[in-house]
Design a protein around this ligand. Structure first.
Ligand SMILES: NC(=O)c1ccc[n+]([C@@H]2O[C@H](COP(=O)([O-])OP(=O)(O)OC[C@H]3O[C@@H](n4cnc5c(N)ncnc54)[C@H](O)[C@@H]3O)[C@@H](O)[C@H]2O)c1
Length: 307
């Protein structure tokens, strides 16, 4: 796992990240970057390799961030921890693909939660199925500021795809994708606007694009990397109070846990769901029920040992 404190892309294959509490707020190349980026992975060799690769980027870009390897317990005094572990398993699913990692990843997430029990900073969970893993980490750690990355990436892809269909810049599109980061995603088409005007969204076409995009990227380059890294960095900015704004994250909501828009003001989040039409409401409730049921069924096997 790895731990950058914020504003630095999560390296592929890293687990947790956090950094020092000294942040650069001035303008320029180092603005908003932490002084340290702690990296942990399954093995010391992997962590060292990730840190060395990041160190090369630091030198090339003349950045102030010092990547260092660490043990999971060293993350306790970081501002933010990013968890992107992936257990070794073969995913044979053709549908509900992200759910395929639940049983394999859960023990690792639960162990990290136990190690980081009492941690008071921000935790971003990337590991899939992210809605379940974020909730599991929150429950096993007791941490109060745990967010799952995924619906904001879905939303970015939605805006990109709709903008391309309409021939407008992505910044003209406002809308959300919420619910599950997976097959139970909810495209909030009825509240979507383009240049501040409501629009008739070809919903099924957009759903198909969102459902297939990650698979196409993975088929081409093995992993999705830059999109998730961007979603992590933008969330760190908001959750650490370095910027205010709205993003879609997996979070506790009405006794469940799923993707919702959160408005961050000085690092404090408030849910801000858009109005949903009847079909969207049915889909949102179905995603909520699905995730609650799956979470109850999740029985982490005995925890593995970190090396
Ligand atoms: N939420 C999202 O939007 C999103 C996007 C992309 C990937 N993901 C998920 O993120 C996870 C990681 O994806 P990836 O492509 O980086 O996988 P990867 O296999 O490239 O990297 C996973 C890393 O985790 C490490 N690891 C495994 N167990 C560990 C442990 N107990 N402690 C520390 N490190 C450990 C591995 O050594 C490996 O380096 C997967 O579950 C993937 O599905 C989520």
């Amino acid at each position: 796992m790895t731990s950058p404190s914020a504003r630095s892309p999560t390296p592929p294959g890293s687990t947790v990240s956090r950094g020092s509490r000294r942040w650069r707020h001035e303008r320029g190349q180092g603005a908003g970057l932490p002084g340290r980026l702690l990296v942990n992975s399954r093995t010391a060799e992997q962590a060292a390799a990730l840190a060395a690769d990041l160190d090369d980027m630091r030198t090339a870009l003349r950045l102030p961030v010092h990547p260092l390897t660490c043990q999971p317990a060293d993350l306790m005094d970081c501002d933010a921890v990013v968890i992107a572990v992936r257990a070794t398993f073969t995913n044979t699913r053709a549908t509900d693909v992200r759910m395929g990692g639940a049983a394999a990843n859960a023990p690792h997430i639960a162990l990290l939660g136990a190690v980081l029990r009492g941690y008071t900073g921000t935790v971003l969970v990337v590991t899939n199925p992210v809605d379940l893993m974020a909730r599991l980490f929150a429950d096993s750690s007791g941490c109060g500021r745990v967010y799952g990355i995924g619906s904001n990436l879905d939303t970015a892809r939605y805006r990109t795809a709709l903008a391309a269909l309409l021939g407008v810049p992505a910044r003209a599109v406002r809308g959300h994708v919420i619910g599950e980061h997976g097959d139970g995603m909810v495209v909030c088409a009825s509240a979507t606007t383009v240049n501040h005007e409501p629009i008739a969204v070809p919903v099924q076409q957009l759903r198909d694009e969102l459902a297939s995009r990650a698979g196409r990227i993975s088929a081409g380059i093995g992993r999705t990397r830059s999109g998730p890294a961007g979603a992590v960095v933008s969330t760190l900015r908001l959750s650490l109070g370095l910027a205010d704004g709205v993003t879609e994250l997996s979070a506790a909501y009405r006794g469940g846990w799923l993707g919702i828009p959160l408005r961050f003001t000085a690092g404090r989040p408030l849910p801000c769901l858009p109005s949903l039409d009847a079909d969207e409401t049915v889909r949102f409730d179905a995603a909520d029920t699905k995730l609650r049921t799956a979470y109850i069924a999740l029985r982490p096997s005995p925890t593995p040992t970190h090396r």
